[in-house]
Design a binder for this molecule. Structure first.
Ligand code: BES
Ligand code: MN
Ligand code: ZN
Length: 501
């Protein structure tokens, strides 16, 4: 894992040294502790703000080195805009913006988590801390030379203190948020790792490390899956030198141990060449991220276990590599899936649904969960439809769809509902088998979802197509990681809001 600053919670009375961060609204009004701390500098902040045209707009951050009158290395002023409009996600982004502005080489930084109108809640303070943690994440394990002229903000602070009015409550909130942050970082790591390092057995090994947090782990290897009849998943991996795996992770945190669990299922294609229906060379390297669904599930399980979520959650990931080879599966092959339904392979590049159909049917049959949510970098078509801001949401259950949409709005990990209908379902009927694995050019994300729907029976189910959001992410306040760890916060929020009551 890349450098991660130590973040601690203190109270507003703790003496400050090194760098001080204060929050200001768009009237340039600051909190009481900030006022007291800045007193020896007179009207310095106001003067600098004027010269720099700094108006306290949200996520605009001002950095003053060696501020006169103050025993500080830096004074950093972060804008929150209109305090009343700040929501949980905005505090997170604010934390990220602050981290991005902390000067390289900073040793200690204290953020006064207060505003002119008064105290910040423990949760909001924890979101600032989480934003800082996420922004500090860097995937640079494979860079052996450090550039001198690298003027990117470096997370060099030895210790970051978040000073709040109620430190006891904030410590508790941060302990939980920090666990979620570790889950996001884990998901990012898994997506960023190159495919020669992260192949199915290695992915399974990393997921198995969640045992330390009290997650029960089962790893199914190829002979076990063969016995169970998971021939669709196995077909995808059969052209690879690297054996496939299915990992089952169980977190039993509900008060009633026997409570029916919910299940989260992820597509884990460690590398997707397309197989015999091989992909063009351009950007094929991106297909190392075709396991972002599985990475999210693994990161989520980490998050739930570390914050001891009061819910029973099963995470299942199907992990394979899709390669062309003398032993690869072919277009024209007919596969008998775990559910018993047969599939005519039209295109070996439509492999994600083959992995998921066995993982979904198995999860549904074995655990009879209350609901199933799957995440998959399933179709290029979802990028055409929604770009990289919203994930595609498909569901057979309006309540589940609404709740996921709501959790999306709270976290900023947005989902947009797409249709399912008999018309689209017909498009995957096959001449030779129960169904085919592609439905033609039109509505590609929908026919993929229709395919999955044939494997979940009547269980409330939602499918998130994260091909646009789960990898090759653009820079945001909370980081520039190629693998953004998308979905961990969304599902953590969904579970906290609707499954832990
Ligand atoms: N992993 C890809 C989808 C994908 C594309 C993810 C771009 C992320 C970025 C998936 O396995 C795939 O190849 N889908 C095909 C399906 C087609 C053959 C029906 C696609 O989208 O072209
Ligand atoms: Mn593919
Ligand atoms: Zn794929």
């Amino acid at each position: 894992m890349a450098i991660s600053p130590k973040i601690v919670i203190t109270d507003l009375k703790t003496p400050v040294n090194g760098t001080l961060v204060v929050l200001t609204d768009e009237d340039l009004a600051i909190g009481a502790a900030a006022k007291a701390a800045l007193k020896p500098s007179g009207d310095l902040f106001q003067r600098v703000a004027k010269i720099e045209h700094f108006k306290g707009k949200r996520n605009k951050v001002l950095d003053l080195a060696a501020p006169s009158g103050l025993k500080l290395e830096h004074l950093v002023v972060a804008g929150i805009g209109k305090a009343k409009e700040m929501k949980a996600e905005d505090w997170l982004k604010l934390g990220g913006s602050i981290m991005g502005k902390l000067p390289a080489g900073v040793r200690n930084a204290t953020v006064l988590a207060e505003i002119a109108a008064g105290k910040l809640s423990a949760e909001d303070a924890a979101q600032i801390a989480l934003g800082m943690k996420l922004r500090a994440y860097k995937f640079d394990r494979y860079k052996t030379k450090k550039k001198d002229d690298d003027d990117e903000p470096k997370p060099a602070a030895a210790e970051i203190r978040i000073a709040v009015a109620d430190a006891t409550a904030a410590k508790k909130a941060w302990a939980a948020a920090d666990g979620v942050g570790d889950g996001i970082v884990l998901a990012r790591e898994l997506v960023n790792e190159p495919p020669n390092v992260l192949f199915p057995a290695e992915f399974a090994r990393r997921a198995s490390e969640l045992k330390k947090l009290g997650v029960q782990i089962e790893v199914l290897d190829e002979p076990m899956m063969k016995k169970l009849g998971m021939n669709a998943l196995l077909a995808v991996g059969q052209g690879s030198e690297r054996d496939s795996r299915l990992v089952i992770m169980r977190w039993n945190g509900a008060k009633k141990k026997a409570e029916t669990p919910i299940a989260i299922v992820g597509k884990g294609v460690c590398f997707d060449t397309g197989g015999i229906s091989i992909k063009p060379a351009a950007s094929m390297e991106d297909m190392k991220g075709d396991m972002a669904g599985a990475a999210c599930v693994t990161g989520l399980m980490h998050a739930l276990a570390s914050r001891k979520a009061r819910a029973n959650v099963i995470g299942v990931i199907g992990i394979v590599e899709n390669m062309p080879d003398g032993n690869s599966y072919r277009p024209g092959d007919i596969l008998k899936s775990y559910s018993g339904q047969t599939i005519e392979v039209i295109n070996t590049d439509a492999e994600g649904r083959l992995v998921l159909c066995d993982a979904l049917a198995y999860t549904n049959q074995r655990f009879k969960p209350k609901l199933i949510i799957d995440l998959a970098t399933l179709t290029g078509a979802i990028l055409i439809a929604l770009g990289q801001e919203y994930a595609g949401l498909f569901s057979n259950d309006d309540k589940l769809a609404e709740r996921l949409t709501e959790a999306g709005k709270v976290t900023g990990e947005l989902v947009w509902r797409m249709p399912l209908a008999p018309y689209y379902d017909k498009m995957i009927d096959s001449k030779f088998a129960d169904m085919k694995n592609t439905g033609g050019r039109f509505g590609g994300s929908i026919t993929a979802a229709q395919f999955l729907q044939r494997y979940i029976g009547k269980t409330p189910w939602a499918h998130l197509d994260i091909a646009g959001t789960g990898m090759a992410a653009h820079n945001t306040e909370i980081g520039d990681s190629w693998g953004p760890g998308w979905g961990v916060r969304l599902l953590n929020e969904f579970i906290a809001a609707y499954c832990e009551k």
